[in-house]
Ligand binder design. Structure first.
Ligand code: BDR
Ligand code: CA
Length: 307
């Protein structure tokens, strides 16, 4: 393991794009993934947890633990996105069953890991609602202070939302959790729709992934993205939201960050979870505002193909 290796826990609600992001991290020498903590989001906790185990089984990484986390947002009812991610959360794409049963209590497990490992050595790559991370911050503040960096997909800044005019799914699914996390002082990079909508897979992209032939991660990702084409409408390409977290972690030079005072709207839908840039009430968060889309897509394809 090189000094530059990113030692990380992935907090996730798989989910089609979560699966592609996890396969990227497992395929890349840049990451040492210590565990997958799960959260309800795209679909219920039993399914996101099972899917985390299925993705690890496909990648032959049954040695990485899956730890089940929050079954529901802190104080609201979650969304149901079965129309996008399918009843199984992975668009009906074939995956093996988990090699190992999941462990319980993601937040307690995360806290234990952070207290055991050197301070500032572990990143959290968050691909779903921030419920587990908010619980970590509230229940284990000492452990939360030891996180090196939280990189989270979520929000929309200068861009329309995807569940409301200004609200994005991961933040809107649990706005109170995002509010707690942003105020906690954990070093955070937010990867919003402003950049994830610019990293888009076309049919030609999935065809090229499939042609690489040998890598299971590439073939599965091609099937996942094709399933996403079937379940959503709109244009010739699909946005790769969650993979942008791994792409940022591995190649921050592909992105431009701006530190903005971010506040979360805690009102009612459809504004719930919308982000406000608010100099008085906001917390200073590094937000990804620009991306080299071509470079990002190239890196993702190379990693999924085993390069
Ligand atoms: C986010 O919402 C989920 O449906 C995706 O997995 C991604 O994390 C995009 O808004
Ligand atoms: Ca997700």
């Amino acid at each position: 393991m090189s000094d530059a290796t990113i030692r990380a826990v992935i907090d996730t609600d798989p989910g089609i794009d979560d699966a592609v992001a996890i396969l990227h991290a497992l395929s890349s020498p840049a990451f040492d993934i210590l565990g997958l903590t799960t959260v309800a989001g795209n679909i219920g906790i039993a399914t996101t947890t099972r899917n985390a185990g299925r993705i690890l089984a496909l990648a032959g990484r049954g040695d990485i633990p899956v730890i089940a986390g929050a079954p529901a947002p802190l104080s609201r009812k979650g969304f149901d996105t079965a129309d996008i991610h399918g009843n199984d959360g992975l668009g009906g794409v074939r995956f093996p069953e988990p090699a190992v049963p999941p462990l319980a209590d993601a937040v307690e497990w995360l806290a234990g890991l952070l207290m055991r490992e050197p301070e500032g050595s572990i990143d959290i790559l968050a691909l779903g609602p921030l419920t587990n991370i908010a619980r970590l911050v509230s229940d284990y503040p000492e452990a939360a202070r030891r996180v090196r960096r939280l990189i989270a997909m979520g929000g929309a800044v200068d861009e329309p939302g995807n569940v409301g005019p200004r609200a994005e799914f991961n933040i809107a699914a649990d706005p109170e959790a995002a509010d707690i996390v942003f105020r906690a002082g954990v070093e955070t990079v937010l990867v919003p729709l402003d950049v994830t909508r610019k990293v888009r897979a076309t049919r030609a992209y999935t065809a090229a992934l499939r042609e690489t032939g040998v890598a299971a991660a590439a073939a599965a990702s091609a099937d996942l993205i094709d399933a996403y084409f079937l379940s959503t409408s709109g244009g010739e390409s699909r946005p790769l939201h969650d993979p942008c977290v791994m792409l940022f972690a591995e190649r921050p030079d592909l992105f431009r960050l701006e530190t903005l005072p971010i506040a979360v709207d805690l009102g009612e839908a459809p504004e719930a979870g919308a982000l406000d840039v608010d100099r008085k009430a906001g917390s200073a968060i590094a937000v990804a505002v620009k991306v080299d889309s071509e470079g990002a897509l190239e890196l993702l394809a190379a990693r999924l193909s085993g390069e």
